[in-house]
Design a protein around this ligand. Structure first.
Ligand code: FEO
Length: 170
């Protein structure tokens, strides 16, 4: 039996992760429309990972015999002025998600819920990686984004990203 607050936060996180998937699908759509298929691919893979994150929270609650309540997913409604704006919104979003994971971790810590803390350890590491990836992308865009040939190469590089299932299995 999970603590009420921990349960609520874990359930909310299902929605937040699905929203993340939705947000990255929107980013992918933005780049597809611009003809930057590599960037579109990169965010498509990101969206798939976010869906996996949502399913991990969903499965964790089910495994704990806790109720899962699915809420409406918000509409991604940001309007971007530039390619860089999208990348920066991605980093900002990941920093926000890190804060959500930390909040759940804090709530679990407060009630000595070691199992939830152990489950969340994977997400703590994952968020570190996602922030690094988002930062790297911004650095590359700063360096190469204004030169068409370099942007073409960067787009090619990003087209190579492939989806892999999460290393965490529940
Ligand atoms: Fe599921 Fe990018 O955080």
């Amino acid at each position: 039996m999970l603590n009420k607050k921990v349960h609520e936060l874990l359930n909310q996180q299902i929605n937040k992760e699905f929203y993340s998937a939705y947000l990255y699908l929107d980013f992918s759509n933005y780049f597809k429309a611009k003809g930057l298929d590599g960037f579109a691919n990169w965010y498509m893979v990101q969206a798939q990972e976010e869906r996996d994150h949502a399913m991990l929270f969903y499965t964790y609650l089910q495994n704990e015999n806790m109720e899962v309540t699915l809420e409406a997913i918000d509409k991604p409604d940001k309007v971007f002025e530039s390619n860089m704006d999208v990348l920066k919104a991605g980093l900002e979003h990941e920093i926000y998600v890190t804060s959500l994971i930390n909040d759940i971790y804090g709530a679990a810590y407060d009630v000595r819920d070691f199992r939830t803390m152990q489950f969340l350890d994977w997400f703590v590491k994952e968020q570190g990686e996602e922030e690094t990836n988002a930062n790297d992308l911004i650095s590359k865009m700063e360096l190469f984004g204004s030169d068409p040939k370099s942007l073409y190469m960067l787009n090619q590089e990003l087209s190579a990203r492939v989806y892999t299932a999460p290393s965490l299995v529940l």
